[in-house]
Design a protein around this ligand. Structure first.
Ligand code: SF4
Length: 238
């Protein structure tokens, strides 16, 4: 019970008399109270009531819903403008992101910034996140069970952001979001829809660092992405 006590004390320090309890904590509290190791049924998912990104982050940053919670160094919620029209999504944090608690940092992050600037977007104008909020060990691909647990957080982020367009970064992110095994080449050829939001697919910046030949097709993808965004804005203003 000492972990629970510590958790409740941290919540009180952070939120005062308003208590936000994670589903997982309720689950463990119920187990501890009954001296059980397993319990059936569902418990309230308080984070679903979050009204801002900051609020959501505060409610889920201690998440332990899947085993990655135990191996992460830092929970990586995502970063950017809370009013962003544009959301960029990768598959999961890597080693540097896990260390810093921020997605797309290091060389890949710098390249992503350049890619955005090439089509007159700035990093601070968009919102950048991953499907999984914790790093899979050795950067392995996300497991379907981890995606099942974590993707609802992405859905909530999108509900709060209400972006006009999304860009999936890399094959794994695109295949995971779109529930397909289609090749990256095939996925890049179309504009898709995710949670009702138009979605374009391109290479992961880390892949471009390994293979500079992919810079040209990435440039074409982001130009298509920019044109799609401009078209949506123009139609809204018409
Ligand atoms: S990966 Fe997602 S579901 Fe798993 S512990 Fe981290 S935040 Fe929770």
């Amino acid at each position: 019970m000492s972990d629970l006590y510590r958790y409740f004390r941290q919540q009180k320090e952070q939120y005062g008399d308003s208590l936000y309890v994670d589903e997982n904590v309720l689950h463990h509290a119920a187990l501890a109270a009954q001296g059980l190791t397993e319990i059936a049924g569902t418990v309230t998912e308080a984070w679903k009531a979050s009204s801002t990104l900051e609020d959501l982050n505060g409610r889920i940053h201690d998440c332990q819903k899947c085993p990655l919670g135990a191996t992460r160094n830092q929970f990586v919620f995502g970063i950017g403008n809370p009013q962003a029209d544009i959301v960029l999504v990768g598959e999961a944090p890597g080693a540097e992101e896990d260390k810093k608690g921020e997605p797309f940092v290091g060389r890949a992050g710098q390249l992503l910034n350049k890619i955005l600037e090439a089509v007159d977007f700035k990093r601070e104008d968009v919102f950048i996140c991953n499907i999984l909020k914790c790093r899979p060990p050795n950067n392995r691909d996300p497991l379907s069970t981890e995606v099942e647990q974590c993707e609802p957080y992405l859905h909530k982020q999108l509900e709060l952001l209400q972006p006009k367009v999304m860009l999936a970064l890399g094959r794994i992110a695109a295949q995971t979001l779109l529930r397909t095994n289609d090749s990256l080449t095939k996925l890049r050829a179309d504009v898709h829809t995710y949670q009702g939001i138009p979605l374009v697919v391109t290479y992961h910046p880390a892949a471009l660092l390994r293979n500079p030949n992919w810079k040209r097709p990435t440039w074409e993808d982001v130009q298509k992405f920019r044109a799609l965004y401009d078209d949506i804005i123009a139609k809204e203003r018409a």
